[in-house]
Design a protein around this ligand. Sequence first.
Ligand code: HEC
Ligand code: HEC
Length: 349
Amino acid sequence: MRKIHLALVAFSFVALAGYAFAQQAAAPARPVPPNLPEWAWGVMPPAPPAQPGAAAAQPPAEDGTILHIEGSSVGLTRTQLRGIPTAPDWHPEDHGPMPDIVSKGRMPAVRACGFCHLPNGRGRPENAAPAGLSVAYFTQQMEDFKNGLRRSSDPRKANVNTMAGFAREATPEEIKAAAEYFAALPIPQGWVKVKEVSMVPKTKIAGNVYFELEGAQAGKEPIGNRVIEVPEHGQERFEMRDGHAGYIAYVPVGAVKKGEALAKNLQCSLCHGANLEGLGPVPSLAGRSPSYMARQLFDFQTGARHGLWSDLMKPIAAKMTAEDLVNITAYIASKNPPAAGVQQTARAN
Ligand code: HEC
Ligand code: HEC
């Protein structure tokens, strides 16, 4: 039994995530900025009104089945896949021992960091990739979340509020342990494969993430001024939290070159390192999710993110047009991070 197809499991997770989002989205609304680059947020169509008496989506019942994925000898049950009692870890060879806060969290106040950000820190487009971030930067971000200085420009993106809640609840010792753990992990080369296209595969959005449509629904549409980032190996491996299943970022033709010119003009490498691999405490950009990066740049622009160090980014992001956001993030994502090992030596600070 090498591999079990779990389309149904995947579907239920998405439905459940959507339900959780709907519940949290009831918070008092800040207005959504009119020029929000929706592609980066994976803005979902409004949920249909609940049918009276309809049961909320439930994850499939635990029946003890051991699930497998390609390329891993680990077997996990459905309960384990939901992070109970520890974050699912298909690739333990990727990382050293996880501190409790990363692997188990401290429920109910703090969910395991490794559940969303994955045990290898590569993250997912709807959250962030903390792998290889300096301890100083990581710790400052937790402070900024805690102090309400890091929010999402789109108040509907509930998981940023959830993240801020964890930052408020986590102890300094837990944050230190998590920061040191993630700082030691590299983002691998080719994690995001950038492809320039004029026509992009048609997609659906679930849990703020894009998935290519399959079968009769599959097709193409003009990419327009967007980056569309999709799991390279499909929805199932994404939902199974496979930390070896990377992404394809479809970008408009010519975007990488235009982004490169902009990066040169605005001197990103001055602070982020010659190859955008991170410099001292300043975070790496190379090879990280373009959707995440665009959200951050827009958040600096609107001031939704105005942490202690954000003043350095504000004037740079302020100049960016909607097209610049597409081009610059296409370029950043296309840059390969340094090979494993190099980054850590460079980040000893
Ligand atoms: C429920 C999912 C979830 C869990 C669990 C979670 N995070 Fe996050 N994290 C997020 C989201 C969402 C973001 C921000 C994405 C955005 O701004 O668009 C984020 C961002 C971050 C960042 C900022 C990264 C950067 O590049 O600036 C850090 C640091 C971080 N998280 C640390 C943690 C730590 C430490 C834990 C465990 C105590 C944790 N997270 C648990 C969802 C999660
Ligand atoms: C003057 C120094 C400086 C320059 C130049 C600069 N940055 Fe930054 N950048 C920073 C600092 C410092 C941070 C952390 C900000 C914070 O903590 O709020 C940052 C954060 C970011 C982030 C968020 C990363 C994350 O993990 O959340 C992105 C994206 C980013 N910069 C992109 C760029 C791009 C693209 C350019 C060039 C167009 C650029 N930066 C130029 C200093 C700089």
